[in-house]
Design a protein around this ligand. Structure first.
Ligand code: G3P
Length: 217
């Protein structure tokens, strides 16, 4: 499973990229707002850091507007994936932009039917939002599993990009289901390294080592 980093924080992206843990980046209008930076400037900086796809989101609500914005965002760098919302207009824009050979990430997906339409429209990525479904007492991870089954049934090539990931458990669950990509905030990716038994075991080893009085270097 590929890891995308769901942030516009360039320092965090740089750190994860150096560890080989940033196969791409996803941003959205809220993350750009949080960064406090100009969308073109920050997106260009991110594209210079990572080799993989960097999603930049359109904000128009009509298809022509999304296409115009998508083309403009694509001028920032070759690795831009244009993000459009899963509306009827977004699907039209996806079809046009994908037809021009551009990577399109169809976002704000909350149902298997929406995911089918995105694949038919030529999306490179579909972004089902796990956490936001869980927030309303639905099962976000079940949606990932349903889309995996459907895409496999029909050999759809669209990559399943599990999004709105809120916990380290979401990452392993998405991997078990076979999501192609999971995008998560940097702190969630770092939390994947934590285990209380690791901390406990390390404390015991260090305490015993201290008693030997030895040094390795
Ligand atoms: O990848 C989409 C993500 O940014 C949304 O996450 O936590 O705002 O639902 P969240």
């Amino acid at each position: 499973m590929k890891f995308f980093v769901d942030t516009a924080d360039v320092d965090a992206i740089r750190e994860l990229n150096e560890l080989g843990m940033a196969d791409g980046v996803t941003t959205n209008p809220s993350l750009i707002m949080k960064s406090g930076r100009d969308i073109r400037e920050v997106t260009k900086e991110i594209c210079d850091i990572v080799d993989g796809p960097v999603s930049a989101e359109t904000v128009a609500t009509d298809a022509d507007g999304m296409v115009a914005e998508g083309r403009e965002l694509a001028t920032i760098a070759d690795n831009i994936a244009i993000k459009v919302p899963l509306t009827w207009a977004g699907l039209k824009a996806c079809r046009t932009l994908a037809g021009e050979g551009r990577m399109v990430n169809v976002t704000l997906c909350f149902s298997a039917n929406q995911a089918i339409l995105a694949a038919k429209a030529g999306a490179a990525f579909i972004s089902p939002f796990i956490g936001r479904l869980d927030d309303i007492n639905l099962d976000g991870m079940q949606l990932i599993a349903d889309i995996r089954t459907i895409y496999d049934n029909f050999n759809f090539k669209t990559n399943i990009l599990a999004a709105s990931i809120r916990s380290a458990n979401h990452m392993s669950e998405a991997a078990l289901i076979g999501a192609d990509v999971a995008t998560a905030p940097p702190d969630v990716i770092k939390k994947m390294a934590s285990h209380p038994l690791t901390d406990k075991g390390l404390d015991a080893f260090l305490a015993d080592w201290e008693k030997t009085g030895q040094k390795i270097v």
